[in-house]
Design a protein around this ligand. Structure first.
Ligand SMILES: [Zn+2]
Length: 171
């Protein structure tokens, strides 16, 4: 006689995973497309202010894209508001993202997301015209570290100041 094991595997079969893609960290490894629909690579790292896109394998490029240049996640692709040309011209850097300043998949030490101020925009489908420029900022500072804008090398005492810089600098 075989004892019938109690059915503990009755997990709700997840029908669609779209509900889970709700924050920036979940964008790691997802494809990034520009406004002109060029696949520029996958999300390699994220922070409150940037997504870092890694492109290529032999010749690796890193694109430090300010989060406000992101149009949104449409459940398949992370869309940017800017063209490939603009990405290459303004946001390409040789720097590898610092795991203290970015959430990197292999080194998830970054803690700046506790109350990040710019939620991942979820879009139903791609509507390039309908982007909203949300500029909310939450007043919280607690991390005593130097934050560097990897686009212009300026340093800041807190990530909030980097937030402000990103507002002003128009990267
Ligand atoms: Zn800067």
């Amino acid at each position: 006689m075989q004892p019938t094991t109690p059915d503990k595997t009755s997990l709700p079969s997840s029908p669609i995973s779209s509900e889970e893609k709700r924050d920036w960290i979940s964008m790691i490894n997802e494809s990034v497309h520009t406004y002109d629909d060029i696949d520029i690579g996958d999300v390699y790292a994220v922070s409150r202010n940037f997504i870092v896109v890694k492109r290529g394998f032999v010749n690796v490029h890193y694109y430090y894209i300010p989060i406000k240049k992101v149009e949104g996640w449409d459940d398949n692709v992370l869309w940017l508001k800017i063209t490939e040309e603009e990405v290459k011209e303004k946001y390409e850097r040789d720097t590898i993202p610092d795991p203290n300043q970015y959430f990197v998949k292999e080194y998830p030490y970054y803690t700046g997301f506790t109350s990040y101020n710019y939620p991942l925009p979820i879009i139903v489908r791609r509507y390039p015209e309908a982007y909203e420029d949300v500029t909310k900022s939450s007043p919280e500072k607690n991390v005593p570290r130097i934050y560097k804008c990897d686009l212009c090398e300026e340093s800041f005492d807190s990530e909030d100041e980097l937030d402000k810089h990103m507002d002003i600098a128009k990267h």
